[in-house]
Design a protein around this ligand. Structure first.
Ligand code: GLP
Length: 242
């Protein structure tokens, strides 16, 4: 069952979602957060930074694991997810960055990196709250449409539609990495609570498919309907086809 919180726009989506994360870390100071990148959670991170600046939030005992990272991008590359997390959240709050984890995109040994990251996730003792965005094709993290649900962290070949969608952040489409490391569906589904965000008209068809179509690996996000505690915070445009 997916609980739906409808908001009028992106700003309200960001505030409502930030309130849920704020409640999580207020109730449990040493929460393990599963974090996400993309344009959708940027406003949420801004709200969390504001909450921290007001003295309402304390990240000192929070630990985090991110969903995914491009293969081959250095940490200094402004499109690496390592860079994104520092830029949007970590450097602005009192989180201990030694306790913030992402797959290492610079490790070209895919098998070694994926099993290392799986162990990192396992060592956290479970993710309390996993934040997700959704790709236009239904991907979560970088779990692209496929004919099965991958369980653990793995290396994916990005689909052409994802490469095109993400090209807007790079100088040209040719510069978008073709591979990424991502948490698997099994690891995502193991989180105690999941918070998924969606904003804008472009996401309306996939949100409808996720909520009302068959649960199937060709629409990776549809599996969330089998999780016990999922909240979708979405604006009117993203919910406009329901
Ligand atoms: C990216 C990320 C996802 C994200 C999705 C949607 O490629 N790997 O974690 O949810 O695409 O991105 P956006 O929020 O920019 O629409």
């Amino acid at each position: 069952m997916i609980q739906i919180i409808r908001t009028k726009d992106y700003e309200e989506m960001s505030r409502k979602a930030a309130n849920i994360i704020a409640a999580q870390i207020t109730l449990k100071k040493n929460s393990v957060l599963g974090l996400a990148t993309g344009s959708t959670p940027v406003g949420l991170y801004r709200c969390l930074v504001e909450g921290y600046n007001k003295g309402d939030l304390d990240f000192s005992q929070v630990r985090s694991v991110n969903l995914d990272e491009y293969q081959g991008l250095s940490r200094e590359h402004d499109q690496s997810y390592f860079y994104f997390m520092n830029d949007n959240l970590f450097k602005h709050v009192n989180i201990d960055t030694a306790e913030t984890y992402l797959p290492d995109g610079t490790n070209m040994d895919a098998e070694g990196e994926c099993s290392r990251y799986h162990e990192v996730i396992a060592s956290m003792g479970g993710v309390d709250l996993q934040l997700l965005g959704i790709g236009n094709n239904g991907h979560i993290g970088f779990n692209e449409p496929d004919d099965y649900f991958p369980e653990n962290t793995h290396c994916v070949r990005l689909t052409d539609s994802t490469i095109q969608a993400n090209a807007r952040f790079f100088a040209s489409e040719a510069e978008v990495p073709r591979y990424a490391y991502t948490m698997g569906i099994g690891e995502i589904m193991a989180a105690r609570r999941i918070l998924i965000l969606a904003s804008g008209k472009a996401k309306a068809p996939i949100i409808k498919e996720m909520l009302t179509g068959p649960v199937r690996p060709q629409v990776p996000a549809s599996i969330l309907r089998f999780h016990k505690k999922v909240t979708l915070v979405a604006d009117e445009e993203a919910l406009s086809l329901l």
